[in-house]
Design a protein around this ligand. Structure first.
Ligand SMILES: [Zn+2]
Length: 305
């Protein structure tokens, strides 16, 4: 027992030291994209008056340097685990599920011991409890940016409603395991998984899209890389257009400064690093050519506006 604990502490320390040294000396740059037009469609006057509510269920404070390559070693950054509730006249949509009632039990059961010190989080609440406490409307469906454990934790608390994912992501969640997918969250659970495919309907620079209510207010586009079926979700009301980009980056600075996650984080969590870098380059030029858009990475509450 003692030997096992010493071994786990030793490996965790070794990983932290390696991450620290590498982030110090080898920040990686992504080439800027030039010469493409990423202008988004003009917001239609018919767009319904939808509301956006942010639900913060947990957080992790870490070194800024651990959140993207080249981040500061003198600053900390608080990453958030949460969900976003979209109030829509045709049905309220929860983007990702946040931490659920059993998040701590899921974590202790499925997170490998050597990663526990690094991935540990402070739970503030769970999504369902926060919705009740704040008297927010109930979600009618869940739209996942991807199926990693920190986004899927509360699914079992909403087992009666549909969970929308792409066919690629369904294949991924059905065939993969720890540390990204937690069996305790998805195995032997009766979810109403609803898979969808993109239509060949362009939305800005994206050649394919999926318009949830066919009114331009919630439009999903592929952002493949972090997981095989990761998506980005444009949420538009009459005034504001937000772009929820899941875990393409953890820190919005990574988009502005064209940096990937630090090497160990991307090794651990990105399915296809090269594709993630292409996504970051695309997000950078989208932000530049559409300065009014609010790009919102799932874990960066500083971008929750
Ligand atoms: Zn993820």
């Amino acid at each position: 027992m003692i030997f096992k604990i010493i071994k786990n502490v030793f490996y965790s320390l070794l990983i932290l030291i390696l991450m620290f040294v590498t982030s110090l000396y080898w920040p990686r740059n992504i080439d800027k994209l030039e010469g493409i037009n990423t202008k988004l469609p003009v917001i239609s006057k018919q767009t319904p008056a939808i509301k956006v509510h942010y639900i913060k269920t947990g957080e992790v404070t870490t070194l800024d340097a651990f959140t993207y390559s080249g981040g500061s070693i003198f600053k900390t950054k608080t990453l958030t685990h949460g969900a976003v509730l979209i109030e829509h006249p045709l049905g309220n949509v929860l983007i990702d599920s946040g931490l659920g009632e059993n998040a701590q039990a899921q974590f202790s059961e499925d997170m490998p011991n050597y990663l526990k010190p690094m991935m540990a989080f402070k739970q503030i609440t769970n999504t369902k409890a926060d919705i009740v406490l704040r008297k927010l409307p109930k979600p009618d469906k869940i739209l996942l940016t991807h199926t990693h454990w920190d986004h899927a934790s509360a699914l079992e608390d909403f087992a009666e409603i549909d969970v929308l994912i792409t066919t690629q992501e369904f294949e991924y969640v059905s065939t993969h395991g720890v540390p990204d997918i937690f069996p305790s969250q998805v195995e032997n659970k009766e979810f109403n998984w609803k898979t969808y495919n993109f239509e060949n309907k362009a939305y800005g620079v994206f050649e394919q899209s999926y318009d949830l209510y066919n009114d331009g207010s919630i439009v999903v586009v592929p952002l493949i890389g972090h997981s095989p079926g990761s998506v980005g979700i444009f949420v538009t009301n009459q005034k504001t257009r937000r772009f929820f980009v899941g875990d393409a980056v953890w820190n919005k600075q990574a988009i502005l400064k064209l940096k990937p996650k630090m090497w160990f984080s991307k090794y651990l969590t990105d399915s296809h690093e090269n594709d993630v870098e292409k996504v970051i380059a695309l997000l950078n030029i989208i932000q530049q050519q559409n300065p009014e858009i609010l790009i919102v990475p799932a874990h960066d509450a500083d971008a929750w506006k």
